[in-house]
Design a protein around this ligand. Sequence first.
Ligand code: NAP
Length: 595
Amino acid sequence: MERSQKCLICTPLIAKTVNEMLFQLQLAKESGADVAELRVDHITDFNAESDLPLLLKDRPLPVIVTPRAKWECKADSNEGYEGNEEARQDLLRKAYELGADYIDVELKVAGEFVKKLKDSSIKSSTKIIVSNHNWELTPSQEEIDATIEQMWATGGDIVKYVTTAKDITDVARVFHFLSEAKGRPTIGLAMGPTGMISRLLSPKFGGYLTFGALSKGQESAPGQPTVQDLIEVYRVKSMDRETVVCGVVGKPVYHSKGPILHNRGFAELNLNYVYVPFLVDDFAHFMSVYSESDFRGFSVTIPYKEDALRLCGDKVEFVAKGIGAVNTVIREKDGELKGYNTDCEGALSAIEDGLRHSGLATNSESPLKDKLFVVIGAGGAGKALAYGAKERHARVAVANRNYERAKTLAESVGAEAIELEKLADFRPETGMILANSTSIGMEPEVTKSPISKDALSAYSLVFDAVYTPKETQLLKDAIEIGAVDVSGEEMFYRQAFAQFKYFTGVPAPERAMRDALSSPPVAHKGTLPTRTPPPRTFPVSAQCSIGMFNGRGLRVSQFVCAYPFKNGWSFSHSAHFGMLMERSQVPSGSFALRY
Ligand code: NAP
């Protein structure tokens, strides 16, 4: 394969029956995958003679036939081919003979197997993938390189080396061997939560293919994204060596909506950028390992905002320095790191606009001037709010669970400190502004609020930094008592727009980025050409006896639900909705596909 060939997206298919796998194969095609890996070791009583021709006949996309050996699987996983080794290798040989697009054979047995195959009279265009899985760790670069040479020495056509990432910096060694493949088709991935970026960025480093699950719950290895994520969010099909990498650095980080937001912005402006989640254990070490100039921009979140401040040294812009927290780091052309804080501007501009749009402010300067601005919380967001409000000449008061922290913050910005328990009785005047910067009310504890509804009557505007859910209990109470409400989602958008400009040098396409969150991609966008129900279906409706399976709903382990989406079809199946799809979850106009 030429090094310039685009990285393929492969989806592993895991099914108990041949029919189920055939159906998944169709779904894989619909999902946009380029290749499907048939994990035939998962099929009960698989018969190579009769079942392989069924799987390979009229296949809608190229396939890899993989009867994974038990000894290559994770020790405690109970996975792998049940029969003996001879039968397993016969199966691989049969797939080769039938012209499967690829077969996957493990390094441990590949030498002899490949030699025999190539010396035999069988003529086949099948490519042989020689694979090696390390379920414990990512070895040293020298060890990896030596193993890879061993793999090439077997005579295979493609090498697949999969490791386990203990730390995100391990993945750099995987990127290194992909980059050094010198045109030889190589697959390199790191499993585990911190290995996620190996799957998202593999195309940038020349990986032959990357794996994406058919849907959440259908992963064949830990840390695998879905095909849909790879295509629609991370745009891996257009990624290349020049792609600039940005991302959110934190722990935890996979809940972040940043990738959906920023990647939609890059797509809108046709920028060769990608934004990924970086699950990091040591901020400084991470930044020192990923020090190439095309690892350009970083959104920094809990718990690294102060580490980022320290790392950027004297290259911290004055607002971030004043707040004492950096939420954006940019690697400049000379390699130096520069720190910014966009939380402050994001939150304060949202609050100011809230006042202006509701008619509570008419003056041209900041509508916060001279207002009493009460901040609950003294963490990173609290500091940004208190600092920003003071900069706008508001009178600021800080209440916090840990009163000492409230006092420290209050002293640093010239504000008053209040004990959290006394906040309910703090009503020196009416028309105050309230800004919550604690995590109270965040999912899953959505009924909690940092202050009672009664105590809100002294406030004309209430802001909540929490943005999951968008309408928190605090904001619901504020609306009920007639105060203006400003959501944390607005702050989130605005701080992200500012970061986008730091990352790219151009203004964020705000409309498109807002739309990205209001209409995120749905599962399995299909491409069936018409809205005519596909064959082997029956309508799912209130009249239809969807309760026939157990009286409560549709047992989707045996069915796939297809529902109209845009001009085509979307698919949901058992792993997506769980074992049972309740009637209320079945969109109108849906069809269940029998397989
Ligand atoms: P942080 O630095 O960890 O600070 C957390 C703050 O919440 C501290 O003041 C802490 O009080 C307080 N707190 C936590 N649990 C509490 C509880 N059960 N009762 C009372 N106080 C409690 O976190 P952060 O970065 O400031 O983030 C805080 C919130 O703002 C999070 O929900 C975050 O998602 C949100 N946020 C939103 C945006 C946005 O764009 N909308 C941006 C940044 C942050 P103690 O000092 O007593 O521990």
